[in-house]
Design a binder for this molecule. Sequence first.
Ligand SMILES: NC(=O)c1ccc[n+]([C@@H]2O[C@H](COP(=O)([O-])OP(=O)(O)OC[C@H]3O[C@@H](n4cnc5c(N)ncnc54)[C@H](O)[C@@H]3O)[C@@H](O)[C@H]2O)c1
Ligand SMILES: [Zn+2]
Length: 430
Amino acid sequence: MDKLESARERINEVDRKMAELWVERMNSVREVSEYKREHGLPVIDTSREAAVIENNQKYVPEELRGLYADFLRDVMDVSKSYQRSAEFSSPDTVTLSLGDRSYNILIRRGELKNASEHMNLDRKVLVVTDDGVPPEYAETVARQCKDPLVVTLPQGEKTKCLESFRVLLKAMLEKEFTRKDCVVAVGGGVIGDLAGFAASAYMRGIDFYNIPTTTLSQIDSSIGGKVAVDLDGYKNTVGAFWQPKFVLIDPDVLKTLDKRQVAGGLAEAIKMSLCFDKDLFGIFERGDWEENLDEIIRRSLVIKKTVVEKDEKESGLRKVLNFGHTVGHGIETAENGRLYHGECVAIGMLPMCSPEVRKRLERVLLSLGLPTGTEADFAAVKSAMLHDKKSEGGGVTVIRVNEAGSYVSQKIEFGELFAELEEFFGEDSK
Ligand SMILES: NC(=O)c1ccc[n+]([C@@H]2O[C@H](COP(=O)([O-])OP(=O)(O)OC[C@H]3O[C@@H](n4cnc5c(N)ncnc54)[C@H](O)[C@@H]3O)[C@@H](O)[C@H]2O)c1
Ligand SMILES: [Zn+2]
């Protein structure tokens, strides 16, 4: 009896170890699948199976080899069904991997009506939107919630403030939201940043889902976890890092967005293409961006997710996403609301490019109806740049693109940067 017990114990122990090894194997399978998907390779590939079985035979005694081959085949079958069934292997999903804060981003037309298949809406849900977003989007989401509360705020950057933050927190408190309830943003970057910040703070943080409805938010702001409000006109001064649990991108909702907003958001995709992906820049140069909008969104998100995975809290690499923004933010403040964020980024990228890239970029911007210069007073731009919270001592780190698809980062004194910009503003702002 004792012998039987101890043999069973050993088997239990082996099973426990095997479970750990199996999880390790599945994680690697997942990693390989994600890599392949991102590089456009077929995710399921059976050509290596025979080699795997062959190579592993040497580790087992001869009399067990046949059985071991059967076992390995089973293991590989399970891996394949994991690759097929798991959402990460679907071509319209991008996974942002941040350990236990990882989440999926789904890009699928018409999926708004199926939001509850991806998000747990079977609880109290604060649905936040603004009055510029067609109300049926938030209504479509609310209909899928067990206990929804829709809050519609006035549209515009001014809504991204502490007062709205308070409105959202109070709404949740009055409706007795607990830590188990959640917030869903249905809107552009303003609503996403604000609702995400409210979710990060309510009861020290509750689940947050983002359903971005502008090009800017679908391409850029809805992922990465930066949530914030402005304070006394200073952008994003109060905020947190709070990752969403899921991001649902339905490009169909962009049909109601006006052309100027659409183009503005695309500037962020152009930014990412210039730094990382010359093929993506090629789509803009060919001029067929409208047919390729889903692909533009997906590729931009893959770039952003790769950067965020390496540097979630912006201690280094993530600064590359500020390409065009150092000058762009200065212009945005100096223009005082006349130009959209993306339009300012578009202009801000130009002086940071080599002459060759600048020419190509100018053509792309003009084809999208984006501005290539500003009327803003250069003194006001300079002063705004000096106030930017990203300044470091007497200088700032700028990102430059000398060749499409790659960037260099440079720490530069303001005096030197301003001297360089004088030329640009001199020739382009008139
Ligand atoms: N968190 C981040 O990482 C990050 C990154 C970049 C920008 N941002 C922030 O994003 C904000 C800008 O976001 P935005 O450009 O989306 O602006 P926005 O949220 O103000 O939306 C622009 C306008 O479009 C309207 N709208 C939204 N969706 C619509 C739709 N589908 N159809 C018709 N109208 C629609 C809105 O009502 C609004 O008037 C800024 O506050 C910026 O700081 C955040
Ligand atoms: Zn931006």
